[in-house]
Design a protein around this ligand. Structure first.
Ligand code: FES
Length: 200
C-alpha cells in the first residue's frame, strides 16, 4: 500500500475513532455512531463498518444488520447534493416524472446510476414527503424544498447547483495544488539573494 493511501486510511480511521470514543464505544449507541459516520462520509464504507464492529467488540454481521435495516443508512457513496424528486400520488399526477427525466438528463444518470462519478449529485425518487399541496415537489439535501416545480424552473435550480459545485471543485483543486507545491522562500540554499542561508 502506498504511503499516501496509508495516510488517507489513517485519517479515515482517526475520525471514526473519535466518533466511537465520543459515544464511549457503547453498543447501545451504535445507531448514533453510524449516523455520525454517515454524516462525515455521506455513506457507510464497508471497511469502516468492520472497524466499528471491532471497536465495539461485536460481530461485523451485527453492524451490517443495523446498517442495512434502516433506510436512513446507505452503503453506496452519495453525492454532495442529494436531489429528491417526489413521486407520491399528488406529485405523480402533476407530472413529477418529467422532473425526474430532466435531472437524469442534466446529470448523466440512468436506471443503473443514481450518483454522478464525481460524487457531486445523487438523484433519489421518494414517495410523499408531506407537502402534497405544493406538488410536484423537489428537495435538495432536505433543506431546500421547491414546490410546484416545472421542468423550466428545475433546470434553473440545477444549473445553479452545477455551477456552484464546479466552482467549489476548482477552488479545491487549486488549494490542493498549492498545498503540494514546495515552499521556496526560507528553504536552506534557496534564499532570494541567491547566497544561500546565512543563519544555519
Ligand atoms: S405526493 Fe409529493 S409531497 Fe405528497
Amino acid at each position: 500500500m502506498g504511503k499516501e493511501i496509508q495516510q488517507v486510511f489513517q485519517r479515515k480511521f482517526d475520525k471514526v475513532n473519535s466518533i466511537v470514543d465520543k459515544y464511549e464505544r457503547k453498543v447501545s449507541n451504535l445507531i448514533a455512531i453510524l449516523q455520525e459516520i454517515q454524516a462525515e462520509y455521506r455513506y457507510l464504507p464497508e471497511e469502516v463498518l468492520t472497524y466499528v464492529a471491532t471497536a465495539l467488540g461485536i460481530p461485523p454481521a451485527t453492524v451490517y444488520g443495523v446498517a442495512t435495516f434502516y433506510t436512513q443508512f446507505s452503503m453506496k457513496p452519495k453525492g454532495k447534493y442529494i436531489i429528491k424528486v417526489c413521486d407520491g400520488t399528488a406529485c405523480h399526477v402533476r407530472h413529477s416524472e418529467k422532473l425526474r427525466y430532466l435531472v437524469r438528463e442534466k446529470l448523466g444518470l440512468d436506471d443503473s446510476k443514481d450518483t454522478t462519478d464525481d460524487l457531486g449529485f445523487t438523484l433519489e425518487t421518494v414517495s410523499c414527503i408531506g407537502a402534497c399541496g405544493l406538488a410536484p415537489v423537489v428537495t435538495v439535501n432536505d433543506d431546500e424544498v421547491y414546490g410546484q416545480m416545472t421542468p423550466e424552473a428545475l433546470a434553473i435550480v440545477l444549473d445553479e447547483l452545477i455551477a456552484k459545485e464546479s466552482a467549489e471543485q476548482q477552488t479545491k483543486e487549486q488549494q490542493e495544488k498549492s498545498d503540494q507545491r514546495p515552499a521556496r522562500n526560507g528553504q536552506a540554499g534557496e534564499s532570494d539573494d541567491g547566497k544561500g542561508c546565512q543563519g544555519c
